[in-house]
Design a protein around this ligand. Structure first.
Ligand code: BDR
Ligand code: CA
Length: 313
């Protein structure tokens, strides 16, 4: 099994990604750490704990940093709601969060690991960036970082920046310059990793407690509850499961296509703060540092996702 640490900010699509990871027979989840992003740290850590408890998963959940390196925290409550998971509630977890903070837990997990560990990151890269900055000698212990973030083209917060990178570009910069192999599931591929209305209807027909909760979250995510329609307006009636890609790539890379490029994170500029600049034409003279994904076998991904829900129900 592939040993992984998952750093996430649940987050509606983070919940779908966690579920997919729980259902996978090829991942060994050693630790879950939470980042502040879709909601504040207090909310993402309790969403993770409550969901894990609900799913009967006994993985340690460790609280991460509650602010980006330099910027003020920008949350996405207009997409994920006040709680971070739409209008769904999971019972309050009987288990408590770890006594260790995310950084300590990651350091200790990496230090004692007998084989390199994969980090899956589905939120802003604050925790992972801080880890690399403070403990560079642990880099060889990290096999790869599969992250949801960035975009070769366009953005979903500004014309050039995707949310996870835009929230903490300084941390992302540390990660992208670390020399650790990185796979970037940016908007180029995650916009193709969507559920259609027919897929959601299929999920609805499962009629289990879990599927009902997922459908409610999805509908919230789709129409933004009673606020300004978000996905409907911007994304033509499909539901993008961005974070699922970062997990699915580790489970089965053959679902995706991508190429290696030099990618840097822009930390300045009115319209470019948080942009991931992909050197398509090899103008920088820099060695490629990131596998940039651009294609996904959507049908297969969706059927694996639906199978995962069935498996966990
Ligand atoms: C990313 O931003 C968050 O809102 C999602 O959870 C995902 O990680 C998409 O840009
Ligand atoms: Ca996320």
């Amino acid at each position: 099994k592939t040993p992984v640490i998952i750093d996430c900010d649940p987050g509606i699509d983070d919940i779908m990604a966690l579920l997919f990871a729980f259902a996978s027979e090829t991942l060994n989840i050693l630790l879950i750490t939470t980042s502040a992003g879709n909601q504040t740290q207090d909310k993402t850590v309790s969403n993770a704990l409550n969901f894990l408890d609900y799913m009967g998963q006994n993985v340690e959940v460790a609280r991460g940093l509650d602010q980006p390196f330099y910027k003020d925290l920008q949350i996405a409550d207009h997409v994920h709601g006040e709680s971070g998971i739409g209008d769904v509630t999971f019972p309050i977890s009987k288990r408590k969060e770890s006594k260790r903070y995310a950084m300590e837990a990651m350091v200790e997990t990496l230090t004692k690991a007998t084989e390199p560990i994969t980090i899956i990151a589905t939120g802003p890269l604050t925790n992972v960036g801080a880890l690399i900055l403070a403990y560079p000698h642990l880099k060889p212990k990290i096999k790869q970082i599969s992250l949801m973030g960035g975009a070769a083209k366009g953005g979903n917060v500004t014309p050039t920046a995707e949310f996870n990178i835009h929230v903490d570009p300084d941390a992302a910069d540390i990660v992208f310059r670390s020399g650790i192999p990185i796979t970037m599931s940016g908007l180029d591929v995650t916009h193709k990793a969507y559920l259609s209305q027919a897929d959601v209807n299929e999920l609805e027909h499962f009629q289990t407690n879990l599927s009902d909760k997922l459908v409610s979250m999805i509908r919230f995510y789709q129409d933004g509850g009673d606020r300004t329609p978000f996905h409907e307006e911007n994304y033509n009636d499909v539901i993008r499961l961005h974070d699922l890609c970062a997990v699915a790539y580790v489970v089965d890379p053959s679902l995706f296509e991508g190429d290696d490029y030099f990618v840097s994170v822009e930390r300045m500029g009115t319209y470019t703060n948080g942009a991931t600049v992909v050197d398509y034409d090899k103008r920088s003279g820099q060695t490629p540092n990131v596998r940039v994904l651009y294609e996904v076998n959507r049908e297969k991904l969706v059927s694996l996702f639906l199978r995962a829900v069935k498996h966990c129900s």
